[in-house]
Design a protein around this ligand. Structure first.
Ligand code: BGC
Length: 757
């Protein structure tokens, strides 16, 4: 690699400013006289969208494998598999001359209405972080860069370019940042893409706290920060905040603004140089990977099929699946013939080939008669004749396979979903068919949960097949006929009703801002805390076999936070099919100064078991598994005390709970001040030490003043309870005349003892 400092020294101000903006929709600015090549980026994240004309944003891209989208990927709970997909993506990027892939998307699923949820992994930051890291590691292991996006709090498409996400500090740290933090630390992405929206009043592209303080300084990010396409509003302010590379280009006016700002002294040239250094470092790093050649279309299609198979979730099964040699199958639903396998927008791929579900069925169900009805139109119209036709077919068949795809007008990048509903026609179709055909199997293609209340009970089985990628049609057949035993589990809750969802009363916001009023409580954190019934819980998914959990263990009953802990359990396949189980470990803090969710995922493992086989699954938990972010200290903290280690098969199917005791290694300064209540003084170890004698005396005095009757009839309240909630200063001020010195000074003395001054 070239000596960057020397190179920067040779660059003119104009060249440096130009490097910090794109030369086209997809490239950096080259500097030929100094041998600085252009770097080419492409979307991302589930396939390579290499647009042949670098000045076009939306033209048809070169053929590439369309892999399943992030909702599906996360449902595999298989980090190694996602890593393999990353390797394949990189091979395609290399063949298509792409230096950096724009992905993965790693935003939290705050509301199921976000039109882009299909591009995001989960409602849980731990799972999202692991998945994103897996993908990044796979891609970058082959010398292709990634762009972790959209940093941060980009959780809805409604007004996504401008809306101000109002997120309190703790929620940001515990819910909206950790998936990025994990992906950053475990995956070391070469680039990070900032989000369009504002975060707490400041555009993410101009948010110094986010881009410089947290990402670069605190987490140690060494790569470059790129803007989302068109996210920069004030180029100079963005540079100062840590936004290195503005896209797309060219943006001559912005380049001129940077030059002018350096000349007039309003922008420090060192700031510009730092961004130039970061960009050059990645440009030269990507250039080390020779590009061109071919990729193995068939092998990647096969990998896409395998991943899709692992991601499909068996939501319901009355025993009809796997299909046992049916003679006549009614295939209903236009997505059987027109595979719906990806979402609209920047991640839309021009696939190398497409496995059509109907054709895949024909190839497997060789002895069966297949009949087909379209079932529903492409648009939103209601067509009873199509339903009648489908009913007729279903009546005379052994089984009806209903392929239902959520149309793109109801789900896409760029706009949010109006509701959780399938189309009116699709609902009517499922109801009508399942009325005449008890063996009705619904196969869903969608990127996010749908409301199933109207029809779920009438069906025999339901498969969630997601936006399954170009090979998904084959994967569905694999699952239907038992070639693949479903092992996917939900990476997001399927609620019963939209009105039950955590952000319901805060979404989509008003007057340009959206308040994250539900705080930490998104996804299952909310449903479990509020005891709200759901359709299918986070972590849920059925199998053709059964698993028994036994012999739960923790490596220590009492442990130090920094040492962590290992939880283990034996899992036995007690059924007849070889299958995979995802063991999940949730942690619950029994008593805490800060509010904490009833359970939080902190570890998982996927194991494959033959019938009768038992394996021990070990899951390690570290400091962060037990910590919470305390804004009072501006850091992650632990507190002494008991934690439940919950080992389960889903967030609601907890098989074992082990209670352990944590010893915190932190000696945190006390947060007591003049406004702290008596209760807080007594709860704080040092506060209690210095204040207890005075408190005892106060109680004693109060008792004698009131006679022995603590529950004073005079004012009808429990005086001790009343006192506990009063600030120490206020209570002393009430008694000031009897005190040797002013109340404020007494509290000062106490605080000095507490803070050790
Ligand atoms: C999207 C990004 C994408 C970029 C380039 C933006 O509109 O939000 O995810 O990478 O366009 O296509």
């Amino acid at each position: 690699m070239a000596d960057l400092d020397e190179l920067i020294g040779q660059m003119t101000l104009e060249e440096k400013a130009a490097l910090c903006s794109g030369a086209s929709a997809w490239t950096t600015t080259s500097v030929e006289r100094l041998g600085i090549p252009a770097m080419l980026v492409s979307d991302g994240p589930h396939g390579v969208r290499r647009v042949p004309d670098i000045h076009s944003m939306g033209a048809t891209s070169l053929p590439a494998t369309a892999f399943p989208t992030a909702s599906a990927l996360a449902s595999t709970w298989d980090v190694d598999l996602i890593r393999k997909m990353g390797e394949a993506l990189a091979e395609e990027a290399i063949a298509l001359n792409v230096d950096v892939l724009l992905g993965p998307g790693n935003n939290m699923k705050r509301t199921p209405l976000c039109g882009r949820n299909f591009e995001y992994f989960s409602e849980d930051p731990f799972l999202s972080g692991e998945m994103a890291a897996g993908l990044i590691n796979g891609i970058q292991s082959k010398g292709v860069g990634t762009s972790l996006k959209h940093f941060a709090a980009n959780n809805q498409e409604y007004q996504r370019f401008v809306t101000n996400a109002e997120v309190d500090e703790r929620t940001l740290r515990e819910i909206y940042l950790p998936a990025f933090e994990t992906a950053m630390k475990k995956g070391k992405p070469w680039t990070v893409m900032c989000a369009y929206n504002k975060l707490n009043g400041n555009y993410c592209s101009q948010n110094r706290e986010l881009l410089t303080d947290i990402l670069k300084n605190e987490w140690g990010f060494e790569g470059l920060v790129v803007s989302d396409w068109g996210a920069v509003h004030d180029r100079v302010a963005a540079l100062k905040a840590g936004l290195d590379w503005q896209m797309p280009g060219p943006r001559d006016a912005d380049v001129q603004a940077v030059i002018k700002a350096v000349r007039d002294g309003s922008l420090d040239e060192d700031t510009l140089n730092e961004s130039v250094r970061r960009i050059l470092q990645i440009v030269f790093k990507t250039a080390e990977t020779p590009k061109g050649g071919e990729f193995d279309v068939e092998a990647h299609h096969a990998l896409a099929r395998r991943i899709a198979g692992e991601s499909i979730i068996l939501l319901k099964n009355n025993g009809i699946l796997p299909l046992a040699n049916p003679q006549h199958i009614a295939v209903i639903g236009r997505s059987a013939r027109e595979a719906h396998f990806q979402g609209g927008g920047s991640s839309h791929i021009n696939p190398t080939k497409v496995a059509v579900p109907y054709v895949e069925l024909q190839q497997v169900a060789l002895n069966a008669e297949l009949t087909y009805a379209e079932g529903y139109p492409r648009d939103d119209s209601y067509q009873p004749a199509m339903i009648d036709e489908a009913v007729k077919l279903a009546q005379s068949a052994d089984v009806a396979l209903l392929y239902i795809a959520l149309p793109s007008f109801k789900e896409s990048e760029g706009y949010d979903r109006p509701d959780l509903d399938l189309t009116e026609q699709q609902v009517a179709l499922i109801k009508a068919v399942s009325k005449v055909q008890p063996n009705t199997v619904v196969i869903l293609n969608n990127g996010a949960p749908v409301d199933m209340r109207a029809w779920l009970d009438d069906t025999a089985a339901v498969l969630e097949a997601w936006m399954m990628g170009q090979a998904g049609g084959g994967a569905i057949t694999d699952v239907l006929f038992g070639k693949v035993n479903p092992s996917g589990k939900l990476a997001e809750t399927f609620p019963l009703r939209l009105a039950d969802t955590p952000a319901y009363t805060n979404y989509p916001g008003e007057n340009g801002a959206v308040r994250y009023g539900e705080g930490l409580f998104i996804g299952y954190r909310y449903y479990t805390a509020r005891e709200i019934p759901v359709q299918f819980p986070f972590g849920y998914g059925l199998s053709y076999t059964t698993f028994q959990y036994s012999n739960p263990k923790v490596s220590a009953q009492q442990f130090k936070d920094v040492d962590g802990l290992t939880a283990s359990v034996d899992v036995t396949n007690t059924g007849k099919w070889i299958g995979k189980e995802v063991v999940q470990v949730y942690v619950h803090d029994r008593k805490s100064r800060l509010v904490r969710p009833p359970r939080e995922l902190k570890g998982f493992a996927k194991v494959e078991l033959r019938p009768g086989e038992t394996k021990t699954v070990n899951i390690s938990l570290d400091f962060r598994s037990f910590a919470c972010y305390d804004p009072a200290y501006k850091r992650w903290i632990t507190e002494d005390g008991e934690f439940d280690i919950l080992i389960g098969s889903s967030s609601t199917d907890i098989r074992f709970a082990e209670t352990v005791t944590l010893d915190s290694s932190l000696a945190l300064p006390s947060v007591l001040n003049h406004e702290s209540t008596i209760r807080e003084w007594l709860a704080d170890p040092r506060g209690r030490m210095v204040f207890q004698p005075m408190y005892d005396q106060m109680v004693h005095q109060m008792m004698s003043a009131m006679g022995s009757n603590e529950d004073s009839d005079a004012i009808g309240m429990d005086m001790t309870g009343f006192m506990l909630e009063m600030p120490i200063l206020s209570i002393l001020q009430f008694q000031e005349s009897a005190l040797p010195k002013p109340a404020y000074e007494i509290v000062n003395d106490l605080l000095q003892q507490v803070h050790g001054k």
